[in-house]
Design a protein around this ligand. Structure first.
Ligand code: FAD
Length: 442
């Protein structure tokens, strides 16, 4: 729990000492948005949140909310109005008996996952450290073992939220059900998930298989991943990472990573059997390596270092590999220096999901992460992700909210009927438009 919990929340007005630091603290991306709220409120308690929302209503201010600050685009940082920082609401409680957890919006997904692991429980938290449940769940939550367990928000049982009048309310499938459908997010989340797949006493195995390919095999490996994708067991998240810093490879290379979540070693091996059909020519192919989840987090973070500048874009697609290949070739040719990279994730979602508002999804996910340290490289790298995704936009069925770039490249991000229903709920529950919609939307 935040050590600030017993102190009153702090407020910084633009121009005051501490304002710029408070603004910077709100963003994981060192390439901070050039947008300046009039006031930043750092809430320590739910009562602080309520007071801030009431003050914003009184002063007719719009509100941007920050939980973990991991929106690449800084969607929460807007010009004017209030930036309400709820990252200090980071408490969490786990009830092993009912297999439920309660967490504040500032609780880190990784912290929650580690605490759950100690209790023999599991939740499909995001793949990286630092991402907080507030924003993560509101956009759907594509996390560890989500192919089997669904987007993390599907596991949310109820939420407590502060409404546009500053009142604290509860929402579940039976109470304020429209808000439960719309957000499944707010100051408190409750959700549950057993260790995969369900039995607490069963042996649990997590780990991965890895293969490394040089640049001249990129096309072959992408074609293979596309072919086997629909048949890859749900227990496996098949990912391809293209980067200029792949061990044993010069220039752009490819890492095939297949994390698996299973009940036994035999089950894990069976789920990974499709890896035997990989194309030849790998520089390195490791056998199955059992791994603790914390290690999987650490290895993933190699690609997302702190203190770096990021420009990110993405697409969902079910286009054919023949249609996709020219774009993938162009991505490889223009790939900036590491840690910039391309991620291709095999998703192949089920035909139906729970009825809830969340990001669109499709068979294949492609995300580009421009990552660099020095502001002098902005001109060289900042437009790489966006330009390549724009060039492939005709093949996309939408953009994933997790890695959204809507402020710069508006795109479909939610099913049309869901978006219309969401807009209806917003105009009913927040008639003055106190809370910002995503950038790029009216
Ligand atoms: C390094 C890194 C790794 C990532 N890995 C994954 C991943 O594996 N899977 C995945 O799905 N996503 C991933 N993401 C994307 C991330 O989950 C989303 O950007 C998510 O929205 C971040 O949540 P946050 O609370 O940390 O960020 P914030 O920037 O605080 O919030 C993100 C958005 O949600 C809104 N919001 C946040 N909290 C609240 C609240 N309490 N009430 C109302 N609105 C709120 C904000 O206004 C903003 O629009 C990653 C992002 C980064 C930077």
């Amino acid at each position: 729990m935040s050590t600030e919990r017993n102190k009153p929340g702090r407020t910084f007005r633009r121009g005051e000492d501490g304002y710029e630091q408070a603004r910077r603290e709100c963003s994981f991306n060192a390439r901070l948005a050039e947008r300046y709220p009039d006031i930043i409120v750092q809430a320590n308690t739910v009562a602080d949140v309520q007071a801030a929302v009431k003050a914003a209503k009184r002063d007719a201010m719009s509100i941007g909310v920050r939980s973990g600050g991991h929106s690449w685009a800084g969607n929460h940082v807007r010009d004017g109005g209030m930036l309400l920082d709820v990252s200090r609401l980071d408490d969490m409680a786990i009830d092993g008996k009912t297999m439920t957890a309660t967490a504040g919006p500032g609780a880190g997904g990784h912290t929650l996952a580690m605490a759950l692991a100690k209790a023999g429980l599991f939740f499909p938290a995001g793949h990286c450290k630092g991402v907080c449940v507030g924003g993560y769940l509101l956009q759907g939550g594509f996390g560890w073992h989500s192919r089997e367990l669904g987007p993390a928000v599907e596991s949310v049982l109820a939420i407590d939220y502060v409404d546009a009048d500053g009142e604290l309310r509860h929402a579940s499938a039976t109470e304020n059900a429209d808000m439960y459908w719309a957000a499944r997010g707010g100051p408190d989340f409750r959700r549950r998930h057993p260790v995969p797949p369900s039995a607490l006493s069963a042996p649990r195995v997590m780990g991965l298989k890895v293969a490394i390919y040089p640049g001249d095999r990129i096309e072959e490996v992408f074609r293979w991943a596309h072919r086997v994708g629909p048949e890859v067991p749900k227990a496996v998240e098949l990912m391809l990472i293209m980067s200029r810093q792949i061990p044993l490879v010069r220039g752009p290379g490819l890492m095939v990573i297949a994390p698996v979540f299973a009940n036994s070693l035999a089950e894990a091996r069976k789920a990974l059997a499709f890896m035997k059909s990989r194309p030849g020519g790998a520089r390195l192919a490791l056998p199955f390596v059992p791994m603790k989840q914390d290690w999987m987090y650490t290895r993933t973070m190699d690609h997302y270092p702190d203190g770096h500048r990021y420009a990110v874009d993405n697409m969902w697609t079910h286009a054919s590999i023949d249609d996709l290949m020219p774009g993938i070739r162009r991505i490889a040719e223009t790939l900036p220096s590491a840690p910039s990279h391309m991620l291709r994730m095999n998703w192949s979602p089920p035909k139906t999901r729970s009825d809830m508002a969340y990001s669109v999804e499709d068979d294949t996910y492609i995300a580009l992460y421009g990552v660099w340290k020095d502001a002098a490289d902005d001109a060289r790298i900042a437009s790489w992700a966006e330009q390549n995704m724009a060039a492939m936009a005709h093949l996309a069925t939408g953009m994933q909210l997790a890695d959204e770039n809507l402020g710069r490249r508006p795109a479909r991000f939610m099913r049309e009927d869901h978006l219309a229903r969401l807009d209806g709920i917003r105009s009913l529950r927040d008639p003055d438009g106190r809370f910002h919609p995503y950038m790029g939307r009216p």
